[in-house]
Structures are given as C-alpha cells and as structure tokens.
Design a protein around this ligand. Structure first.
Ligand code: HEM
Length: 219
C-alpha cells in the first residue's frame, strides 16, 4: 500500500473523526468494517442524549442537596400562579427580595450583586418568575433564552450562597400579604430546588471549563 493510496481515505476519516493517520503509523488508515463503525457510533451518545443525561444528573443533585422532591418542586406547574396572583404581586415579591439582598449585612453575599443595579435585578427576576409561572414570556422577549445556569456561571453560586439567597426569599415570601399560603409553599419548594440546581450546574460548568468537556454527564 502506498501513501498516496491512503491519502483520500485519510482525509475521509479525518472528517468523520473516527481514525486519523499519525506520522508514525500511516497504516491504520484502512477503514474499519461497516459493522465496527456502526457499533462505535451506536455507543456514542448523541448531543441531545448527553444533554438529557446531564440535566437528569443535575436534577438528582438538586433534589439531594435541597431535600425537595422533584414532584414538590414542580408543583408550581399544577396551577397557574400568574393568573392567580397577577403581575403586581411578582413585582412586589422581587422588589421585597432585592431590597433585602442589597441591604444584606453579610457583605460577602451583598457583593455578589455589586455589578447589577437593583432596578435591573428586580426586573430580570420578576419577568423570569412571571414567564416560568404561567404568564407571558416577558423575560425571553427581552433577553432571549433563560439559560439560568449559564447566566449564573460567573457568580459564586455555592451551597452557602444558595442558603443565603433562600433566606431572603423566604423572608420576602413570609412578609407578602398578597400571596396565599398554598402559593407560598409551592414557590418555596421550587426556589429551593432551583437554587441547588444552579449550585450543581455552575459547579459542573466550572469543572468542564478546565477539561474542555462540554457534554460531560458523569458529575
Ligand atoms: C443560589 C443562589 C443564587 C445566587 C447567588 C444568584 C445570584 C444572581 C446574581 C448575582 C444575578 C445578577 C443580577 C441581575 O443582574 O439580574 C442573578 C440573576 C438572576 N437570577 Fe440568580 N442567584 C441565585 C439563585 C437564583 C434562583 C433560585 C433563581 C430562580 C428561581 C434565580 C434567577 C435569576 C434570574 C432570572 C436572573 C436574571 C439573569 C439575567 O437576566 O442575566 N437565581 N442571580
């Protein structure tokens, strides 16, 4: 076999990313039998499968760390909270929450928000809540994909930060006279689960940054 013979196949395999010749072993460029190829490709998860597995693993961690069962976390979807509560209630809740965050005596937590204006943070949050809890897509119309993990990746979303975030949200909810008890319970569970989902997601993103592994699902 001459090298010129293998060149086109070599190109082909480079494209397929199955095998490629190296300077020391030009002869491994013969194509494997079709059956081998199909076995190889059937073992590789597709992008959407990898994504699904990654999400499942994050949801599992979120449940474990938060102590909230997924069924309870997503009980916000059993009733339309936006229709029940209305826009102003969500504006009030986010205003109440961020007043507490920006006034937090714990400097380490307050400083996480120092690059955002309180007004922007309030609007981002209530538009997301409205959208997620059955209302119009205010958030996505203005900002696109919600992509919560990506949007939090530059912040230190640790277990401790999640507990502090939840402390303020709990207080904001407890002091909200315009929200009924059942809705409060549903929201608290959703927030607790989501906060730890973000802790797990940001942790994974930061780990993958070092390895260049975008679709890892083993953490
Ligand atoms: C776990 C602790 C958390 C920390 C430390 C944290 C921190 C932050 C910070 C610093 C911002 C930037 C403020 C802004 O400009 O909007 C932000 C934005 C946001 N957060 Fe969180 N967050 C946490 C949990 C959550 C949870 C549980 C939710 C949802 C239930 C949430 C939803 C949002 C949304 C929708 C935005 C706006 C994102 C954007 O438009 O860029 N966060 N968060």
């Amino acid at each position: 076999m001459s090298l010129s013979n293998v060149a086109p196949k070599d190109q082909f395999h480079k494209k397929r990313r199955v095998f490629h010749a190296t300077a020391t072993s030009p002869y491994i460029t013969l194509p494997p039998p079709c059956s081998t190829l199909s076995v190889l490709s059937s073992q590789l998860p597709t992008k959407s499968e990898a994504r699904k597995r990654k999400m499942q693993s994050l949801q599992q961690k979120a449940s474990e760390w938060s102590g909230v069962d997924p069924n309870d976390a997503f009980a916000i979807d059993e009733t339309n909270l936006f229709e029940k509560l209305g826009l102003q209630t969500f504006i009030n809740l986010s205003t109440n929450f961020y007043n507490r965050v920006y006034d937090d005596e714990e400097e380490w937590f307050r400083s996480i928000f120092s690059n955002s204006s309180k007004e922007d943070a309030i609007r981002n949050q209530y538009e997301f809540f409205v959208q997620r809890m059955g209302g119009p897509n205010l958030y996505s119309q203005r900002k696109g994909d919600t992509a919560l993990i990506s949007r939090h990746r530059t912040f230190p979303v640790t277990h401790k930060a999640a507990e502090r975030w939840l402390h303020h949200m709990q207080q904001a909810l407890d002091s909200a006279a315009d929200i009924d008890e059942d809705s409060k319970t549903r929201m608290k569970k959703f927030f607790r689960h989501t906060a730890f989902f973000l802790v797990a997601g940001v942790e994974l993103k930061n780990q993958n940054k070092g390895t260049g592994c975008k679709n890892c699902s083993h953490h």
